[in-house]
Write a protein that binds this ligand. Sequence first.
Ligand SMILES: Cc1cc2nc3c(=O)[nH]c(=O)nc-3n(C[C@H](O)[C@H](O)[C@H](O)COP(=O)(O)OP(=O)(O)OC[C@H]3O[C@@H](n4cnc5c(N)ncnc54)[C@H](O)[C@@H]3O)c2cc1C
Ligand SMILES: *[C@@H]1O[C@H](CO)[C@@H](O)[C@H](O)[C@H]1NC(C)=O
Ligand SMILES: *[C@@H]1O[C@H](CO)[C@@H](O)[C@H](O)[C@H]1NC(C)=O
Ligand SMILES: *[C@@H]1O[C@H](CO)[C@@H](O)[C@H](O)[C@H]1NC(C)=O
Length: 435
Amino acid sequence: MGISKSDPIIIVGGGAFGLSTAFHLTRSGFTNISVYEKDDQIPPRYSAANDLNKIVRAEYEDPFYTGLTIKAISEWKTPLFAPHFHQTGFLHCASGDAPQKALDTLSRFRASAESNTQTKPHVIPLNDSNDVRQACWQLDGPLTGWKGYLNRFDGYAHSGNALAAVYRATQAAGVRFYLGQHGAVDEVVYVSTIHGRKSSGIRTKDGKFHPSSLVIVAAGGAVGRLVPELGKKVVAKSWSVAHVHLTDEETSALRGIPVTYARDLGFFFEPDPKTNLLKICPMGGGFINTDSKTGVSHAPDTLEESAFVPEHDEKQMRKLLAHTLPALANRPLVKTSLCWFADTDDSDFIIDYVPGTSDSVLVLSGDSGHGFKMFPIFGSWVLDVLETSQQRNVQWRWKQSDPNESKGNWGGDVSWRLGESKELSEIKPKILSKL
Ligand SMILES: Cc1cc2nc3c(=O)[nH]c(=O)nc-3n(C[C@H](O)[C@H](O)[C@H](O)COP(=O)(O)OP(=O)(O)OC[C@H]3O[C@@H](n4cnc5c(N)ncnc54)[C@H](O)[C@@H]3O)c2cc1C
Ligand SMILES: *[C@@H]1O[C@H](CO)[C@@H](O)[C@H](O)[C@H]1NC(C)=O
Ligand SMILES: *[C@@H]1O[C@H](CO)[C@@H](O)[C@H](O)[C@H]1NC(C)=O
Ligand SMILES: *[C@@H]1O[C@H](CO)[C@@H](O)[C@H](O)[C@H]1NC(C)=O
């Protein structure tokens, strides 16, 4: 088959995967690319990457991803991306209360960091809380039972600003952006051919049809609405995010601290110098939003439905602060939200054609909450699929939905997750449930 460089291509979603794809396609000579994004701004408020920061760590339990992240980190150091990458290190620990599962996961991550020849020289073992304090003097809490390692190869990226930079660069390179009411996509449109169905383009919510040779769907946690064929293979899931607002002095004192992560409590980043916000994520099993009719979890349609964090998570974030930066433990938590992503049962991405569409619809999904670090290189994998007409990595192939599966696999078996997923309806504050 093959698509030619002048064929019209539509990308649905101006988040991390969509923008990276627009960037790589443009760079390799594709000339007719349009991005459709339902928010009226980039970074879009619905994007999981609309955020101050995301961890960029090289070590994975699976060496396949470690290799890819090392490549991504070298791209993070190139001029377009470098202003948004901060190699502060990754202080990766478990507290004294951590369950065995968390300790086992930590050991595997540590073994990965210590065995890779590129990351190994940057790894410092932290055998007790004194070692942790040595590695980062600003952590003046009790750090009860903390141990793990510090990897100075790692750091974080300012994801919102990185999206904005690639938005500007691709726009300057000729990519057309349709935002807000002109960019909200209602459906992928199909026509019948002798080989089965084939997409002819998309229809936006304003009723307009837009033709294209290829539709690339990069809709994050909302993918199931546009590609229902995924069924329960992709689960829209969310984690809590909250911030503490610091003074200029406090921000300054915490400058350069590593990403601080206790597997059983969650993590935080150095405060953002522009906003003085210190971002915290408690992690855990996450929250899903299952449609009772189909059994499929979808990201909620409005931002308001996700503008809170559940009480249990708030307690855990305060506990993390009490262990590390106790002066902040009782501050108000601001800009709280649930951040939605597309989860798979094995944490593998999906970068493949929707079967039976004559290679006219390509889905980028299954980010599984760890995709942003790949932002500088993600689109090159899409290019590879276009050039070879197939997904060569078995791990990233289409996942066939099983109609007999009674409910989605919530990824509780994934080694790096702790805890069970809960339904959004169970945790919603009363005032929101009335909306
Ligand atoms: C709390 C949290 C913490 C995370 N931490 C990390 C981390 O530390 N490190 C890391 O590497 N990754 C992390 N991630 C994951 C990372 O954010 C995602 O992997 C990444 O954003 C996925 O990109 P995406 O393009 O698939 O989805 P998104 O970035 O969410 O973008 C999807 C876009 O599609 C748009 N869209 C949806 N439906 C439509 C439609 N019908 N029409 C038009 N537009 C539409 C949305 O508005 C959105 O802008 C985290 C995620 C969460 C939730
Ligand atoms: C891009 O594709 C659209 C849809 O086919 C077409 O109308 C438009 O003229 C094309 N633009 C360029 C620059 O080729
Ligand atoms: C931690 O223990 C290891 C042996 O397990 C040792 O090599 C290392 O020096 C110790 N680290 C510190 C900081 O004391
Ligand atoms: C679903 O269940 C039916 C009846 O038990 C069975 O015949 C069919 O093969 C199953 N399908 C799959 C995909 O497992």
